[in-house]
Design a protein around this ligand. Sequence first.
Ligand SMILES: CC(C)(COP(=O)(O)OP(=O)(O)OC[C@H]1O[C@@H](n2cnc3c(N)ncnc32)[C@H](O)[C@@H]1OP(=O)(O)O)[C@@H](O)C(=O)NCCC(=O)NCCS
Length: 330
Amino acid sequence: MKNLIRIMKQTAKDNRKKIVIGEGWDERCLKAADYVLREGYADLVLLGDEKQIMKEAEEFKVDITAAEIINPKTSEMREKLAKDLYELRKAKGMTEEKALKLLDDVNYFGCMLVHTGYVDGMAGSAICSTAELMRPALQIIKTKPDAKLVSEVLISEDRKNNRILMFSDCSLNIDPDAEQLAHIAVNAADLAKSFNFEPKVALLSFSTKGSGGDADIIKKSREAAKLAQEMRPSYVIDAEYQGDAATNPHAAKRKCKDAKIMGDANVLVFPNLTAGNITLHLLSQLSDMKIDLSALVGIRKPVMILGRSTPLETVINLIIMAAFEANTSK
Ligand SMILES: CC(C)(COP(=O)(O)OP(=O)(O)OC[C@H]1O[C@@H](n2cnc3c(N)ncnc32)[C@H](O)[C@@H]1OP(=O)(O)O)[C@@H](O)C(=O)NCCC(=O)NCCS
């Protein structure tokens, strides 16, 4: 993980990008902004009421003088952004009045700054829910032309076994069908590949290689693995595995001898958001595993979900990751 973060920091520093932070008055955002600006990893725009941001900055003893502060409710950019938002979404029922009202919201305002190229990426939802940032991000920034959907990938260091594991999707796609699940698997595998891992993608289930029968949700994972493998023949993508068979070689020997994945998966794909999100929160509460990074894959420009209980160190790394992705994503 240290290597990965070192590469991100170097890239971000070498070619500085501008990142907007949605809730600029949040304590972790202010502390992270101080660090990122001081180290020169990105230029920053903080959204919110200037007086409130400066007051909080003083209280937390952070220096954010190098940041640009924009209040979405009073900014002179509002009129122009509202017009752009109206043009972008008029076919979906957007009106100019509605667009202007939506721009009061830091998430809509921030996504419009990304869309218009005023900034290169966004980090938000430190206070609001994931959905409140994701909705405008998907509506405004949208899916990359070569991707079928946007999904989230969590990256965690399994310190006990000295390896990096990627999990998807724990945040966004509620109930994907087989084709959508295949794209979630491919998005995650491509991200692993971009970090120089050879993707070994296990589609998870309550069943290992038929042990649970042929329930629809098992068949969905099998179908998704088949489709994803066709899309990326050079990766290993396979179904269906229980969590232990996918991550523990001893369990795999007992449960699925001679399978393509023998406890050595590095990408774990959940059948739906219920399974993924519950696992993520239980892991972070009950084990010493922590989520080091997360990324939205398939979106046109970087958007980072900071999360309401994410530690400061991770918030910093996510802002740097936004700057890194703004440099590297095509
Ligand atoms: C993200 C989310 C808010 C979007 O749902 P929604 O607001 O009901 O919106 P819709 O399904 O109408 O989609 C809104 C837009 O996003 C697009 N979209 C939705 N999901 C998408 C995806 N996975 N990839 C790309 N685009 C997507 C839709 O096509 C639509 O675009 P359009 O308006 O231009 O046609 C919803 O999927 C959600 O709530 N996910 C779970 C978030 C969550 O609570 N996570 C757990 C906590 S971390």
